[in-house]
Design a binder for this molecule. Structure first.
Ligand code: ADP
Length: 384
């Protein structure tokens, strides 16, 4: 069947949805999005159902108009998806995977039960259970994560074990939380895995992330990662193994920590294209978005080779700029060779909001890094 005859429904209309649609445009794929009024993907979707992502009726309406459903965000109505799948609707990735991923506690238990390496952890229901469980974990620093609802570092607190034991009033959450051992001096890696209904599987070259400690958001991402080939192989093997054990069909980002002893721990899995794969649009033969389209359309997987080393910078809302905005410096940035600007078309900004991203390519990572510094120096945002 021609790709243009297959109707894809996307729950969520943010930047990931926008880039999924852009990747399908050469094949004239038809997309319907479900999203509240204005959103990055709204102007380019073929149809737009206006509604909340938690609204079961709207999800069912979307399903009635589409051949296959995917989602670009985890926080959506899972019951509606289970019901639709039971009725035979194709949902990629399957809701049973989303259900595990929506809950960081279930995710950790899944890793533990399936021998997927992950840091030791304890689950607590409320603050009164913290002290007993903290004593079972080693290390001074502990990562505390809300089991549900967190994103982009929100709902994650890195805490000092002794302070928590001595001053229970400093415990940051009274909700169900995962307490996990902290990986010291970790290098953060991500491997994007794509698996189709036939069980064919590919990985994209490993990416390495550098973080903005204040915002807890990825600031700078490079690919290939600055790691030895055997570590790269190990990271890819762990990532593929996790997706096979999940019986995952779709595109998944497997986030990992690499410690000083070359041990790898899976942090979490996203069941969708991911921030750490934006560079694949220009830097790989097939992007993570095209790969998901191929899976949704029942096409073979594409070649994921890196064409050139690349870096990706998130364009985040600047501190002090709220509401109407203008992005400045693009004239200088666009004059650079091998630099690609993506703007998400968000009507308003706020500090640290993801407003766009810039991919920088070059012959070597050194050249890429130099250009990335020039991009950062020129990039600005003005209040209107
Ligand atoms: P989110 O799902 O909001 O992205 P993460 O679980 O990825 O949250 O945590 C956010 C960041 O906190 C990570 O990218 C990492 O920098 C840090 N972090 C989280 N858990 C650990 C850990 N166990 N050891 C070291 N750093 C961690």
């Amino acid at each position: 069947m021609l790709p243009s005859k297959i109707k894809i429904g996307v729950i969520g209309g943010g930047q990931l949805g926008k880039m999924l649609i852009e990747a399908g445009q050469p094949w004239n794929v038809n997309y319907t999005i479900l999203e509240t009024a204005s959103a990055p993907a709204a102007d380019i979707a073929n149809q737009h159902i206006i509604g909340e992502l938690s609204d079961a009726h709207k999800i069912k309406e979307l399903a009635s108009k589409c051949d296959v459903i995917t989602y670009e965000i985890e926080h959506i109505n899972i019951e509606a998806l289970h019901e639709l799948e039971a009725q035979g609707k194709k949902i990629i990735p399957s809701p049973k995977i989303l259900e595990i991923i929506q809950d960081k506690g279930l995710q950790k238990l899944f890793f533990q039960h399936h021998g997927i390496p992950t840091t030791d952890f304890e689950l607590v229901e409320n603050a009164s259970e913290w002290s007993d469980k903290l004593l079972k974990l080693t290390g001074e620093k502990i990562a505390a994560k809300l089991r549900k609802g967190g994103y982009d570092g929100k709902g994650v607190e890195l805490v000092d074990k002794h302070i928590m034991l001595e001053n229970s009033n400093q415990i940051p959450f009274n909700e169900p939380v995962v307490l996990e051992e902290f990986v010291k001096n970790a290098i953060e890696l991500a491997v994007i895995v794509a698996r189709n209904e036939k069980g064919e599987i590919t990985t994209f070259p490993t990416v390495e992330m550098e973080f903005d400690a204040k915002a807890n958001l990825v600031e700078f991402l490079i690919s290939p990662a600055n790691i030895k080939p055997d570590i790269e192989e190990k990271a890819k093997k762990i990532a593929m193994d996790a997706i096979i054990k999940l019986e995952g069909v779709g595109v998944f980002a497997v986030e990992m920590f690499l410690d000083e002893n070359a041990s790898i721990f899976v942090n979490e899995i996203a069941p969708r294209p991911h921030n750490s794969g934006h560079h694949t649009i220009e830097a790989c033969y097939t992007s993570q978005y095209e790969q998901l389209n191929r899976i949704l359309l029942g096409m073979p997987l594409g070649d994921t080779q890196l064409i050139q080393p690349a870096a990706m910078i998130n364009l985040l809302g600047f501190d002090g700029v709220i509401g109407d905005y203008e992005i400045t410096g693009l004239d200088k940035i666009l004059a650079l060779e091998g630099v690609f600007v993506h703007l998400y078309n968000k009507a308003t900004t706020k500090p640290k909001r993801k407003m766009g991203h810039i991919t920088i390519m070059g012959n070597t990572l050194e050249e890429v890094r130099k250009k990335a510094v020039i991009v950062k120096q020129n990039l600005g945002m003005k209040q209107l």
